[in-house]
Ligand binder design. Structure first.
Ligand code: C2O
Ligand code: CU
Length: 446
């Protein structure tokens, strides 16, 4: 099933992005008769308009706030100037109801990015304030269909309305706000493909908190990009695990025969659910194109040697079943009970909420490596604003460029990056319930 946002081709000159309440038929008829769902959406659609632009262009969306709350838009994964990052209280003031804000986004990198509210985001993203941005390469690989697949997770009442229990204690202390209606929205809403056609499928997990494990049937191909950035060596297509905010670009040929279908399957606690399928009608060519070549690289520096890197470590604590005793919050040392009463459940390096001081101040160009110790009983999707990082692998090698990394419970993973984008940048868990309940810090690049 899919929701069709309007395509937005205006990439030259300012264009309007209006955050406003609206309603839509979210639950499709195969689930029985359901009323429309009241949502908050950009231009009144969920997902918001698909923004298509070309690498090298300057994108100028003007946010107009027609919501009953202040808001701001973060351009997730884009390496933007700090003042355009959309973080209220840090890079701009929240845009009040009735006000507007002009963003200016130079598109350095090609790839699959997304945009979402970064104010009261546990509520605003859960209500639908997100959309996808596709920045095309100067020389895009040849494909027959280029389809955005938005994976979302809604918590709906019996009347198909968004449950307004935002900030429920059990969610914040556990795995976050998990919904009861998971769905994949395809843009465009392709209803059929042909055998041996080549598809580019751009998966985006926009869920506030749910990790999506997805497999694809009827396709043979590779994952060619992660979090927007091309993989130097495309990865085999197996089970794809996407934490909140993670993306994967799949380039694959239709192997299913006419009469069969291409299927997007969600794996959740041992059960497989068909999220979406596309019929295969006819045959496009005698043989598939076969090899998936790497995408053209983006102008971002990959790390070389880490010998001059400075190490800053990040330790996560808190949540249910963790035995957190105390933590700092707004400058004071509080017991875990006092933290809990302040709505703070999780800490980074012993501190809940946004600290007054950055976790580090980096000189521009400095290489930072950061071991992340997850001393909690839950996975966390760590997201760095401002630039992509690479994982330092246990064998000393470096992983692909990413902006969000899932760190499993009780696991340590290490990231490294060149601090080359000046400004103040957030580093937080993208399980938005965890972020709201304490898991955030920031770094300064001078
Ligand atoms: Cu996608 Cu700080 O966010
Ligand atoms: Cu988390």
């Amino acid at each position: 099933m899919a929701i069709l946002p309007q395509a937005n081709s205006a990439a030259t000159g300012p264009f309007v992005l209006e955050a406003k309440p609206s309603s839509m038929q979210l639950v499709p008829p195969e689930f029985g008769q359901h009323p429309e769902t009241e949502v908050w959406g950009f231009d009144g659609t969920v997902p918001g308009p698909l923004i298509r632009a070309r690498q090298g262009e300057l994108l100028q969306p003007r946010l107009i706030n027609r919501l009953p709350q202040p808001t701001a838009v973060h351009w997730h994964g884009l390496r933007v100037p700090n003042a355009m990052d959309g973080v209220p209280g840090m890079t701009q003031d929240a845009v009040l109801p009735g006000d507007d804000f002009l963003y200016e986004l130079p598109l350095k990198d090609a790839g699959t990015y997304w945009y979402h509210s970064h104010n009261q985001s546990t509520e605003q993203v859960a209500r639908g304030l997100y959309g996808v941005m596709v920045v095309s390469e100067a020389e895009a690989p040849e494909t027959d269909h280029d389809i955005v697949v938005v994976l979302d997770d809604w918590r709906l009442s019996e009347k198909a309305q968004i449950a307004n229990d935002f900030g429920a204690v059990h969610d914040w202390t556990h795995a976050g706000r998990l919904g009861n209606f998971i769905h994949a929205a395809l843009t465009p809403q392709v209803s059929e493909v042909q055998q041996n056609q080549r598809l580019r499928l751009r998966f985006v997990n926009v869920a506030t908190d749910r990790i999506m494990t997805v497999s694809l049937l009827g396709l043979t191909g590779k994952i060619a990009a992660r979090d927007g950035m091309p993989l130097q060596e495309p990865e085999d297509l197996g089970l794809m695990v996407l934490g909140p905010a993670e993306r994967a670009d799949v380039i694959a040929d239709v192997s299913a025969a006419p009469g069969e279908s291409v299927q997007v399957v969600l794996h959740e606690r041992g059960t497989a659910y068909l999220l979406e399928e596309i019929e295969v009608a006819g045959r496009h060519a005698k043989a598939p194109r076969g090899v998936v070549a790497p995408l053209p690289d983006n102008p971002i520096t990959r790390l070389g040697s880490l010998s001059h890197a400075r190490r800053i470590s990040l330790t996560m604590e808190g949540g249910a079943m963790s035995g957190l005793r105390q933590g700092r919050y707004e400058g004071e040392l509080l017991s875990s009970q006092e933290l809990f009463e302040a709505g703070q459940i999780w800490t980074f390096n012993g501190e809940a909420g946004l600290p007054a001081e950055p976790i580090t101040t980096a000189q521009r160009g400095e290489i930072i490596r950061m071991p992340i110790h997850n001393n909690t009983a839950f996975p966390h999707a760590m997201h760095l604003h401002g630039t992509h990082f690479q994982e330092v692998l246990p064998d000393g090698g470096l992983g692909p460029l990413k902006d969000t990394l899932l760190v499993a419970r009780r696991e340590t993973r290490e990231i490294a990056f060149v601090a080359d984008n000046p400004g103040d940048w957030l580093l937080h868990c993208h399980m938005l319930s965890h972020q709201a309940a304490g898991m955030k810090t920031w770094l300064r690049v001078t």
